[in-house]
Design a protein around this ligand. Sequence first.
Ligand code: HEM
Length: 446
Amino acid sequence: MSVPSPSLPPGSRQSSWVQTARLMHDAEGFLAKNVARYGDPFSSAIRDGTVVFTGRPDLVREVFAAPTDVISPYAPTHIASVLGPHALILLTGSAHKHERAMVMPLFHSAHLSTYTRAMVEVTRHHASQLPAGDFNSLDLCQRIALDVVLRVIFGFTDPRRHQQALALTLDFVGAIHPLSIFFDAMTKHLPTVGRLARWPKASATLAAFLGAEISRRRQPDHVPGHTVLDLLMGIRHDDGSVLSDDDICDQLRTFLVTGHETTAGGMAWALDAVHRDAAIGDRLHDELAGITSSDDVEGLEAMGRLPFLGAVCDEALRLHPVIPYVPKRVAAPFSLDGRELPIGTGIFVASALAHMNEAVFPEPWRFRPERFLERKPTAFEYFPFGGGAKRCLAAGFAVHEMRIVLGTLLTHHHFQARGKPLYAVHHGISRGPARRGPLTNLPTTT
Ligand code: HEM
């Protein structure tokens, strides 16, 4: 019996430069047009190879079910040039399972309530610093999300170290070029102008800070806390050896970057949406009014469980997935939709396609949180956090944070949407709302 030779689904013959530019400029439009023309899955030539895109639930299920050494991370050398070669997001096989299992307990649902009060305090602090008048919702959400995640990663007791980490991370993330997934961007192919010119310094300064923090915690008088860094430093390989400093630095960079830009984008979309639809805003306020009389732990925990508030956050991540396609690559023989794909082909599992499926999400372009109360989509119809063995390990934490931050802002502050709705652009590693200032801060009622 003859073995079928590897082949690709149909797709555009346009140059890879044109297709990459279209994908970067308007990911949602690029995906929708290609599916309308070639079907799902379709192939596309992008800058550094051929990629198959799919958002079909049956195919998404197959990709997510594959082991990480068959379907592995895309563009490992490019991501390594940003986060480092040992970054968890790049690991596969047993090394991935082992390191992931060590930090997972921090993000376990049973542990989430320990972060709630800090999330509320951080939110109130940053919101209280807003000037009266217009402000940029993404900037506000980014500062809140970074401030929160720094507590989980480092748990600094010295506020100066905390502030330093905050400033250095913002510099580092601000210098990441969104094209870095398609080019070995930080080093080689792009001219070093604009944010790329800032990259070497931002990267070196953050690395020095992380190195110093690791050395400090290797001192005998350091008492390990329940933080990502302390858990990483406690990891032992089978032979008893510990992670090297470089290894730990790569993981810290991964958590710093993945741990705030994404959540910030999701929160900024949600914040914008609820201020543009009075009915949604009113329903949320009514729901929050039931619990906001108390500022105690129980009241705060109840906020994290409010159904409509949860549905608003889910709908924001549906309509605006901050990672619109999860980039993977075929590393060992793998068939998709009856075709064996050539080894090395990219597979981009596109939530931006799946979340627009009219059969699953009627009127997909409408921001309609109720849909999540009416029917819970499957993990292959709705997957803002990816899926399978590499699914975002902090998904529960991120959703909890979005609810608590949004609930706190709506309870204690009075904003108004202004101007045109936000539109999506690529930031460092995610796609989020453009940095414009369409929210207005009005005098507070409390
Ligand atoms: C709304 C917020 C977030 C979204 C939408 C999001 C989304 C994602 C996605 C799509 C992936 C790739 C999954 C895959 O390959 O299938 C991922 C991986 C990851 N995320 Fe998140 N994320 C969010 C928040 C966070 C936070 C708060 C943290 C840490 C504090 C975090 C840490 C990670 C890590 C470490 C990985 C790599 C997991 C692995 O390779 O095993 N993320 N995330």
